[in-house]
Design a binder for this molecule. Structure first.
Ligand code: PMP
Length: 439
């Protein structure tokens, strides 16, 4: 793999040093010594030392089809030679074809799309529309959520480390459906979905009595793959709708077959959003953000609508290629199948290692919450697990309020034998970590 090394080892050290010097100081990293990645192909990436890693985090659930997927690369290269940019002031074929395609794939009556460059902008757009449509500013959002890094979406965030210093008014945080650490100290199903029902009291006590929207991720991603019980969304959304609110579903992490079987995470809960957003896995790593809503609601977006880079022909072409491959290769079903195998394997490891407090998720979106005795969050154990898996050639991710949840989310075309390798490495690495668990 000599040609797999555009940066030599000593250049890696230089890059790390210059990153510390020239980029914002608080850029999140996963490892004590940040990994310098120089190349990716399919399920693997290579670092500056020429070491190969099986990627089970996919650039934070973004590289849906694996690195430099040939179909995406070919179509994007052709588009790069044809037309790269003109802005949304002009009609371009990739943007229109993509919008048409998505109208056919999105749930229910969702039909009209607006494209931007990131999940942040997609959510910002969704809330501008929801507030305009309802004539109301109050928004309900879940604790432990993550929706972006603009002032509004940072305010939406339910984890202090990502919040804005001065919050945007009108945002109210509801307890999260976090069964492993139930905010009410209850147990599902005897809890009778107290966390969902509590939205009514929140609306009655903290808002004007009407709400613009309830915003939620089907599975809370950055929050640590917190997965609500089956009846959760029906319950909470029906209450919110009684108070005039729209359901804004953030599918930035859960879209594109990630949760298995369906294209959209929310389909597992049987609820149709009024506005849906996505980004990440949509274009296999090219920047794109997407907001879709109904014909009726879209009419509320009255001010002049423009995005310089939004819907650019290159990212839109990549998204069309991703959709084709996901559908042609049945990757949502693959995510369900291989995801179940991984989940079963991790549940078996949980029997062996008490520090694996909770194993949860759906499809290829699996969280492992690491704890000390008495369920105390164990970010130190997760850091050890990250280092021990990296050392053995496997990349996994991190999340959760306390940074103690491993996020395992490989490419959608991962095979069962890849999953076997992942499980073997996670097992060996965990054997190294478990002795550090405090009782
Ligand atoms: N929503 C969710 C659920 C996310 O996970 C993220 C990114 N982690 C965002 C929104 C923001 O997306 P971006 O980083 O593309 O702005």
């Amino acid at each position: 793999m000599a040609d797999a090394m555009p940066a030599m080892a000593h250049e890696g050290d230089d890059l790390r040093r210059k990153q510390r010097e020239y980029l914002f100081p608080n850029l999140a990293t996963l490892y004590e010594e940040p990994l310098v990645i120089v190349r990716g192909e399919g399920k693997y990436v290579w670092d500056d030392q020429g070491r190969q890693y099986l990627d089970a985090f996919g650039g934070i659930l973004t590289v849906s089809l694996g690195h430099c997927h040939p179909e995406v690369t070919e179509r994007v290269a052709r588009q790069l030679r044809t037309l790269q940019h003109v802005s949304t002031l002009y009609v371009t074929e990739p943007q229109v074809r993509l919008a048409e395609r998505l109208a056919g794939l999105a749930p229910g009556a969702l039909k009209r799309s607006f494209f931007t460059n990131s999940g942040t902008e997609a959510n910002e757009t969704a809330l501008v529309v929801a507030r305009a449509h309802t004539g109301c500013d109050d928004v309900i959002v879940l604790r432990h959520s993550y929706h972006g890094r603009s002032m509004l979406t940072m305010t939406l965030g339910g984890t202090h480390g990502y919040r804005a210093a001065t919050p945007v008014p009108g945002v109210h945080h509801l307890a999260s459906p976090y069964c492993y650490r139930c905010p009410f100290g209850l147990t599902y199903p005897s809890c009778d979905l107290r966390c969902a029902k509590d939205v009514e009291e929140l609306i009655q006590t903290a808002t004007s009595g009407r709400v613009a929207a309830f915003v939620a991720e089907p599975i809370q991603g950055v929050g640590g793959f917190i997965t609500p019980p089956p009846e959760y969304f029906k319950e909470v959304v029906s209450i919110v709708r009684r108070y005039g609110g729209l359901f804004v579903c953030d599918e930035v992490q859960t879209g594109w077959g990630r949760t298995g079987t369906y294209l959209w995470g929310i389909q597992h809960w049987g609820v149709e959003p009024d506005i849906m957003t996505s980004a990440k896995g949509m274009a296999n790593g090219l920047p794109i953000g997407w907001t879709i809503t109904t014909d009726d609601i879209a009419q509320s977006f009255r001010h002049s609508t423009i995005s310089t880079f939004g819907g650019n022909p290159v990212s839109a072409t990549a998204a069309l290629a991703v959709i084709d491959v996901i559908l042609e290769e049945g990757l949502a079903d693959n995510a369900a199948r291989v995801g179940r195998f991984l989940m079963d394997g991790l549940k078996a490891l949980q029997e062996k290692y008490p520090c694996m407090g909770d194993v949860r998720g759906m499809g290829l979106m699996i969280g492992v919450e690491l704890v000390h005795g008495g369920k105390r969050p164990a970010p130190d154990l997760l850091n050890r697990w990250l280092e021990a898996t990296r050392k053995r050639g496997l990349l996994i991710g991190k999340g959760g309020l306390h940074g103690n949840v491993a996020r395992i989310a490989p490419h959608l075309n991962v095979t069962r034998s890849d999953a076997e390798i992942m499980l073997r490495i996670m097992d060996e690495a965990m054997a190294e970590v478990q002795p550090y668990m405090e009782v």
